[in-house]
Design a protein around this ligand. Structure first.
Ligand SMILES: NC(=O)c1ccc[n+]([C@@H]2O[C@H](COP(=O)([O-])OP(=O)(O)OC[C@H]3O[C@@H](n4cnc5c(N)ncnc54)[C@H](O)[C@@H]3O)[C@@H](O)[C@H]2O)c1
Length: 399
């Protein structure tokens, strides 16, 4: 992770988080450990909870707690009450800054009736959100006047969405499906629900492996984009009849639902890439099945329908790339977390100037992160000449 490694000496010298407590709710993976160590090197005390009960790598949690003095509240496979207990514990002392991935930490801060967490809320100066689903929730909170402090939408920078959502998710979701099923994608019909940043990456990854890709969408512009890139666009009710592999990446709920399970062919594979396990209606799938054969392969359960068809649900409908594979490659998280770290350092200085709203990452931070990644790749780019700058800044020069 060269970007973060490059920031280490800078943060160690500048101490942007001296005396501050940062509470983070992130997938507890090796890449997260690198971010957490950077925050620590920058002077922060860090409390870390998991942002998904299935994605915690226990060895990483242990190493961070034992070797790095991080207060870690995470264990793989913890149940729902335990998951929220962990988040509450990470908020315990009242953090100065928060880092969230999906919004559960910020949501807990704003909705908990515990006096301890209410006190913690008063202390928070601001934070960063790392994923689309979390940013959507934050915008709703801000619109309702419910957000109590400024949040930076670290997810929304052009560089992050390109590298992480499109290329990172595109590759690692396919990786998760392949590890969980060992299926051949070439020649298969893959249905991708949602052609946003993630769905576009998954669709082109599957197509690159020789799959026939069908896209479902609700947004006409995205649907047109998918169509112009050569993908067949259909409503889910029509795609359900044709698909052999289904991947949801919408950030919405019930995208693959009871009426679709009836239409699917025997052996259809169901996987979710969206943040929450709500995109495939797993409860309806369970209700429709006469028996569930759990663990037919690691991270794959076969739901047997009354007519004998079996539908294979991966990762219990949770983020397949994090549960069945290892999430994004480190290079992807390097940029995503580099933007989080730089934004957080900026926030430590500027939070008082910001309203309790959702704010964009300052454009120079996005450009700086992209420049550092390019430098690490050994890629050079051109620089505008003075003549080009004055041409672009002038409106007097005609054709
Ligand atoms: N698995 C990962 O590693 C990973 C990484 C980044 C983001 N995410 C998550 O993936 C989800 C999608 O993120 P994104 O950045 O692509 O969002 P996005 O907003 O760019 O794209 C979502 C797309 O889904 C479409 N959509 C919404 N409801 C739909 C429906 N019912 N049927 C079909 N299409 C529908 C929207 O029109 C949009 O085009 C979010 O939950 C996000 O948090 C996961």
């Amino acid at each position: 992770m060269p970007l973060i490694s490059g920031l280490l000496p800078r943060f160690a010298g500048e101490q942007p988080f001296a005396g501050l407590l940062v509470a983070a709710c992130l997938h507890v993976t090796a890449e997260t450990a690198v971010l957490v160590r950077l925050l620590r090197a920058g002077g922060a005390r860090v409390a870390l909870a998991a942002s998904n009960p299935l994605s915690t790598q226990d060895d990483i949690a242990l190493a961070l707690a034992r070797d790095d003095g991080i207060e870690v509240f995470a264990r793989a496979g913890v149940d729902r009450p335990g998951y929220y207990r962990h988040i509450a514990a990470a908020l315990g002392d009242g953090p100065d800054l928060v880092v969230d991935d999906g919004g559960d930490l910020v949501n807990t801060l704003h909705t908990s009736s515990s006096p301890l967490i209410r006190r913690a809320l008063d202390r928070v100066r601001g934070g960063c959100e790392s994923t689309t689903t979390g940013v959507i929730r934050l915008r709703r909170m801000a619109a309702d006047g419910a957000l109590a402090f400024p949040m930076i939408a670290a997810n929304d920078t052009p560089a992050k969405r390109m590298l992480d959502n499109t290329h990172g998710t595109g590759q690692s979701v396919i990786d998760g499906i392949l590890r969980a099923t060992n299926t051949l994608l070439a020649g298969k019909t893959v249905v991708v629900a949602g052609f946003g940043a993630c769905g576009a990456g998954i669709a082109s990854g599957a197509a690159g492996l020789g799959a026939r890709v069908i896209v479902t969408e609700v947004d006409p512009v995205r649907a047109l984009d998918a169509s112009l890139r050569g993908f067949r666009v259909l409503p889910m009710a029509a795609a359900a009849l044709l698909g052999e592999v289904f991947v949801t990446a919408t950030g919405s709920v019930g995208v693959v639902a009871a009426e679709h399970f009836d239409l699917m062919r025997d052996g259809a594979i169901l996987a979710n890439a969206g943040h929450f396990d709500a995109e495939i209606d797993v409860r309806a799938l369970g209700a429709a099945a006469i028996v569930v054969h759990e663990g037919v392969r690691p991270h794959a359960d076969a739901y047997e329908m009354p007519d004998g068809r079996r539908l294979l649900l991966l990762a219990e409908g949770r983020v397949v790339n994090l549960v069945a594979a290892e999430g994004h490659p480190a290079e992807v998280m390097d940029l995503a977390f580099g933007i989080v770290a730089l934004s957080l350092a900026w926030l430590a200085v500027n939070s008082e100037k910001l309203s309790a709203d959702v704010h964009a990452v300052p454009a120079d931070i996005d450009a700086e992160a992209a420049r550092l990644v390019l430098a690490a790749m050994g890629t050079e780019i051109d620089v505008l000449s003075p003549a080009q700058v004055s041409y672009l800044e002038s409106w007097r020069i005609g054709s």
